[in-house]
Write a protein that binds this ligand. Sequence first.
Ligand code: ZN
Length: 81
Amino acid sequence: MSRLDLSDGFDVHDYRSKLKLLRQDAGSMSLANREGLGCPACGAEFDRLFVSDDDTVTFDAAPDGPICLARTDERLLVLTH
Ligand SMILES: [Zn+2]
């Protein structure tokens, strides 16, 4: 299983075939993992990936399963399992 590699930041275009864009707004996007990519934090396959360039983010609801966080210099990543 290939793992999401953040050593050089995160560019969604590197994963165009593996992540499906679900939602996007000015500073953030939600993506679905469709190729079994591994989480950069725990290594397990994740379900959804949320990426934000914003300084702050609020979620209205919490997912049922585990959550992992990862960050690059420019972005915050939230991964749900
Ligand atoms: Zn994880």
